[in-house]
Design a protein around this ligand. Structure first.
Ligand code: TRP
Length: 330
């Protein structure tokens, strides 16, 4: 067991899909077996976008159920809801005072919103609320409260972790050493996980396969994967096939190699290939899906786990916050 502290947050903004599983969830569950891990559902970070509480609540339960069903190691991992920790709101307010406004101006997500507005001929801050603008400060509070060493995130979040480090340095410089400096850990490139239409699997392309879709829906989606029009007897190119790219995320090396040969040799139609893919994914996820459905059918077990997590995380947060308060206010 490592002594370093690993922390990450997942925003409850949508139902997780196979792309999220391969890129983030699977590695996170593996990591939780070896490190002291803090995993939280970043519901406060969803507020700048989602205005319906019932939606946030639904996705919060889904993510919690998903992580538990996938085998997050609850002996090493503290699973909690961000909004249950009062110190995160408090620390965020205090960190405002050591965060240069210019740093926020440089945030990729804010800049993207501004560029979009300018291109549309609108005021550059149209539709930008302060939740979006100060998003990196809240995220710094998340990271710094728990004495985090490493933050596993997707490449799109790397800048946010670097900002948390910058903010920690500004603070330590002004008030003395309180915060540890966190490192972003960008997972090895799993390549692009293609969606139903062959483009990157993403909610914004509406081409996703939900991770725990009921069996019949999973089958239907897989049968809808777009292929070229090669006949069954023709040799096919596995490297440009969505079916093959998805299969290899779930299969062993040997199985993958065998499937590759079936593409290259010809003789297998895409219908058959899709059935093989379905059987593979369904076989891998079927147990976890049953557990996921069980957890969601009565959320009291999740409530209990989140409450326990909030208690444990809250104790660490209170300790850090006290030091910060002392350093800044006395
Ligand atoms: N911003 C992250 C995302 O959109 C979620 C998040 C919030 C997070 N707080 C965090 C990730 C702290 C890592 C550490 O994916």
């Amino acid at each position: 067991m490592n002594t370093k502290v690993v922390l990450t947050g997942i925003k409850p903004t949508g139902t997780p899909h196979l792309g999220n599983y391969v890129g983030a969830l699977k590695p996170l569950v593996a990591m939780s077996k070896e490190n002291k891990t803090f995993v939280f559902i970043a519901d406060l970070h969803a507020l700048n976008l989602i205005k319906k509480p019932e939606e946030i609540k639904k996705h919060t339960y889904e993510i919690a159920a998903l992580l538990i069903a996938l085998g997050l190691d609850l002996n090493n991992a503290i699973l909690f809801r961000q909004s249950d920790i009062v110190q995160v709101y408090q620390l965020s307010t205090l960190l405002m005072n050591v965060t240069p406004k210019g740093l926020m101006n440089r945030a990729h997500s804010y800049k993207a919103a501004v560029e979009k507005n300018i291109a549309a001929g609108q005021d550059e801050d149209a539709g930008v609320n302060m939740g979006l603008y100060t998003y990196p400060i809240l995220m710094a509070a998340d990271i710094l409260l728990y004495n985090t060493d490493e933050v596993p995130v997707g490449a799109d979040q790397k800048q946010h972790v670097e900002f948390a480090r910058d903010i920690a340095e500004y603070f330590n410089h002004t008030y003395g050493q309180v915060f540890k400096l966190p490192e972003p850990i960008i997972g090895e490139d799993t390549g692009i996980i293609p969606g139903l239409d062959g483009r990157k699997m993403s909610k914004s392309y509406d081409n996703v396969i939900p991770l725990f879709a009921p069996e019949s829906e999973l089958k239907k989606k897989i049968m809808r994967i777009i292929t070229d029009s090669k006949l069954p007897e023709e040799p096919k190119d596995p490297d440009n096939s969505t079916i093959f790219q998805l299969y290899k995320q779930f299969a062993t090396e040997k199985e993958t190699e065998e499937f590759r040969q079936m593409f290259v040799n010809g003789g297998m139609g895409y219908g058959t290939a899709k059935t093989i893919l379905f059987d593979k994914i369904n076989g891998c996820l079927c147990k976890a899906r049953a557990e996921y459905e069980r957890l969601l059918s009565d959320t009291s077990e999740i409530d209990f786990i989140l409450k326990d997590g909030a208690q444990k995380a809250g104790a660490v947060a209170a300790n850090t916050f006290e030091k910060v308060h002392k350093a800044m206010i006395g």
